[in-house]
Design a protein around this ligand. Structure first.
Ligand code: GLA
Length: 329
C-alpha cells in the first residue's frame, strides 16, 4: 500500500521540481549598465527594461558604473554569472575599444545605448550596435522653441543673449547644443550674442558652475535663452540664473530628456525652465533589451544604428504627454 502511494507522489514531486527549475531560471540573462544611475532618465530606462524582462521572461541585471574600472569588472561579473548580453551607456565613450574587447572575450553580445562608442581614431565606432537620439535634430527643436519664445515675449536681440551649457567631449551632447545654436542663428539670432558655458562635469553642479562664470562675465544681459545637453544642464543654468534674480519673466530654458524636469514643472510658480524635449525612454530601455533578447535567443541581429525622436513638453502639456507615453498614470 505504502509503495503504491509513494510512487505517484515521488513522480509528482520530481515533475514539480522540474517545472519550478524551468520557471525560476530563465535561460537568458542581460546586463544593463548606465553611467549615472542617480539621473531620472537612466532610472526610467531601467524601468522599461524591467518591463521587457517581465514580458519576455529574461533576467535583467542593472549596474551603475561611473568609471572604466567599474565597467570592466561589471563585464567580468556578468560573464561569470552566465549573462549573454550587455546594453550599456558607458561613463566614457573612449572606453569603447576596451569594452568591445572585453565583451568579446567574455562572449557577451553588446549594444551601446545613449552614448556611442568612440574608437582610438576619435571617430564613432559604427560597427558596434547603437541606439541613441537624433541629437542634432532634437537640438534644432530646442533652438526653434527658444527663438519662438523670445519673439512671443517681444525681447530684442540687443537685450538678449544665449547661454549654451556645453559638454563637447560627448558627441551626442555636442550635436545637441550645436543643433540648438544653428537653429537660433537660422532664426536670425546674432552669433556674437551666443555664449558657451563649458561644463566640467555633465551634471547639475557642472552646469551651475559654468553658467555662473558666464553670468559674471555678462552682467548687462537682460534676458537669457538657455540650452544644454540635457535637463540637468538646463536645470543647473536655471539655478544659477535664479541666483542672480532672473525669473520666468526674464529667462527661458529648454532642456532635453523630459524626465529630470518634472519636479520643476510641478512647482506652483513657473521658473525659467520653460520646456524640455521628451525622449523615448521606452525605446531606450524596452526596445534595446528586447532587441538583445531576440539576438541571443533567435540570432536576430539588431539594426546597427537606431535613432529616436523627441517631443516638446511644457508646464501646459506634460501631464497629458507623460500619460499618453505610459510614463505616468
Ligand atoms: C546622454 C545624456 C542623458 C540622456 C541620454 C539620451 O547619455 O547624458 O542625460 O540625454 O543621452 O540618449
Amino acid at each position: 500500500m505504502k509503495s503504491l502511494l509513494s510512487l505517484p507522489c515521488r513522480a509528482l514531486a520530481a515533475l514539480t521540481v522540474l517545472a519550478l527549475a524551468a520557471h525560476a531560471a530563465p535561460a537568458i540573462k542581460i546586463g544593463f549598465l548606465v553611467k549615472q544611475p542617480e539621473e531620472p532618465w537612466f532610472q526610467l530606462e531601467w524601468k522599461f527594461a524591467d518591463q521587457a524582462a517581465k514580458d519576455l521572461g529574461f533576467t535583467l541585471v542593472k549596474i551603475g558604473a561611473g568609471d572604466g574600472e567599474k565597467v570592466l569588472s561589471a563585464i567580468d561579473n556578468l560573464a561569470a554569472g552566465g549573462a549573454q548580453g550587455l546594453v550599456i551607456c558607458t561613463p566614457d565613450t573612449r572606453l569603447g575599444p576596451g569594452i568591445v574587447a572585453k565583451a568579446r572575450a567574455a562572449g557577451l553580445k553588446l549594444l551601446a545605448v545613449d552614448d556611442q562608442f568612440v574608437g582610438a581614431n576619435g571617430q564613432p565606432m559604427t560597427k558596434v550596435h547603437y541606439l541613441g537620439i537624433s541629437a542634432g535634430k532634437i537640438g534644432e527643436e530646442v533652438g526653434k522653441t527658444l527663438a519662438a519664445e523670445m519673439k512671443k515675449r517681444g525681447w530684442t536681440a540687443a537685450d538678449t543673449a544665449v547661454c549654451a551649457a556645453t559638454f563637447d567631449e560627448l558627441a551626442t551632447a555636442k550635436a545637441r547644443t550645436d543643433g540648438a545654436i544653428a537653429s537660433l542663428k537660422a532664426a536670425g539670432f546674432p552669433e556674437n550674442r551666443i555664449f558657451k558655458a563649458p561644463q566640467r562635469t555633465a551634471d547639475i553642479p557642472g552646469s551651475f558652475d559654468a553658467t555662473n562664470v558666464l553670468l559674471t562675465q555678462k552682467p548687462a544681459v537682460k534676458h537669457w535663452l538657455v540650452c544644454g545637453n540635457n535637463d540637468s544642464a538646463v536645470l543647473g543654468a536655471v539655478r544659477a540664473l535664479e541666483g542672480r534674480g532672473f525669473t520666468a519673466a526674464t529667462a527661458v530654458g529648454v532642456g532635453i530628456n523630459g524626465t529630470d524636469c518634472i519636479v520643476e514643472f510641478e512647482k506652483a510658480k513657473p521658473t525659467p525652465f520653460f520646456g524640455s524635449m521628451l525622449l523615448s525612454a521606452k525605446s531606450h530601455g524596452y526596445e534595446t533589451t528586447k532587441m538583445m533578447y531576440h539576438w541571443i535567443k533567435d540570432g536576430k541581429e539588431p539594426p546597427l544604428d537606431t535613432r529616436t525622436v523627441g517631443v516638446l513638453i511644457t508646464r501646459e502639456n506634460f501631464r497629458q504627454v507623460l500619460k499618453d507615453q505610459g510614463i505616468r498614470d
